[in-house]
Write a protein that binds this ligand. Structure first.
Ligand code: PAF
Length: 279
């Protein structure tokens, strides 16, 4: 595997490649990331991964400084998966000057759910992803459904800018007890880790209520939030949305069985976890 830091070197290495499959990451790779790599392999060749902890998508009081950085272990894992190139730019490589041009997702998609609780987050994500796409020029790029809203925003960005990159969705990778894999799980203490699968359980219970025909979504969401709060979580939101555009379903949607997803973000101790479940 070639490990490349500069944009110029990356361009030289990938010149003429027409079927590149790309997996952008922030490193601290786990089985969930490796499943994205395996999916990428099915959709293109060569496979390029990137590792870059993107300051633009962290708020001033968020965990940019303590975000886990494990480059050597990540390299070993990517090598085993047969990745062709790892692009691991430093901040100076990717942002040699202040990144003043940014991509702003539309309000209804970018400022709801995660966007409401992490202002500017999706602008940071779309800006870096567009820049990474411009460096790698992939034919396909793989994103996990674990970050459901991110996946949808990037897919819409790619469509609206007519980027030549198809966005592929990968299923969420879960531990045996149901907890969605995430780099932030490493912040959990042993007792928090034992409690963490409750988030997925609560999502399952909410989804089941909808499947059973309960159309009072506000009540379902409220009950789910209360369950978490009783277990000493601090929930930001649990929200049932239309899969297609992440807006709240109306009565017609419920009558017509429009496809839905329930999304959640909640803090356990000092760690904020997100998860979702298609209903
Ligand atoms: O999902 C992530 O790891 C990041 O948001 C991404 C897409 C690599 C952009 O920094």
């Amino acid at each position: 595997m070639k490990i490349i830091f500069s944009i110029e070197e990356l361009r030289d290495q990938l010149r003429g490649q027409l079927r590149t499959a790309f997996v952008p990451t922030m490193g601290n790779l786990h089985e969930g990331h490796l499943s994205l790599i395996r999916l990428a392999k099915k959709h293109g060749d060569p496979v390029v991964a990137s590792i870059f902890v993107n300051r633009l998508q962290f708020g001033p009081n968020e965990d940019f400084d303590k975000y886990p950085r494990t480059l050597q272990a990540d390299i070993d894992k990517l090598e085993k998966e047969g990745v062709y190139v790892l692009f691991a730019p430093t901040e100076k490589d990717l942002y040699p000057e202040p990144q003043e041009y940014r991509v702003n997702p539309p309000d209804d998609l970018g400022n709801t759910l995660e966007g409401e609780f992490r202002p500017g987050f999706f602008t940071g994500v779309t800006t870096v992803v567009l820049k990474l796409f411009s460096c790698v020029q992939p034919k396909v790029a793989v994103f996990g459904k674990k970050d459901y809203q991110q996946l949808m925003i990037i897919r819409n960005m790619s469509k609206q800018f007519a980027l030549p990159t198809e966005i592929i969705a990968a299923e969420t990778w879960r531990a045996e007890d149901g907890l969605a894999l995430s780099s932030r799980n490493s912040f959990l203490s042993a007792s928090e880790r034992a409690e963490a699968p409750a988030l997925y359980q609560v999502l399952n219970e909410a989804a089941q209520e909808v499947r059973n025909g309960n159309t009072n979504l506000i009540e379902i969401e409220k009950r789910a939030m209360e369950k978490l709060a009783q277990r000493h979580w601090n929930p930001d939101y649990i929200s049932i949305r239309r899969r297609a555009d992440l807006q709240s379903p109306n009565a017609t949607d419920l009558q017509q069985h429009t496809e839905l997803v329930v999304l959640a973000a909640a803090k356990i101790g000092g760690t904020r976890l997100i998860d979702n479940l298609e209903i």
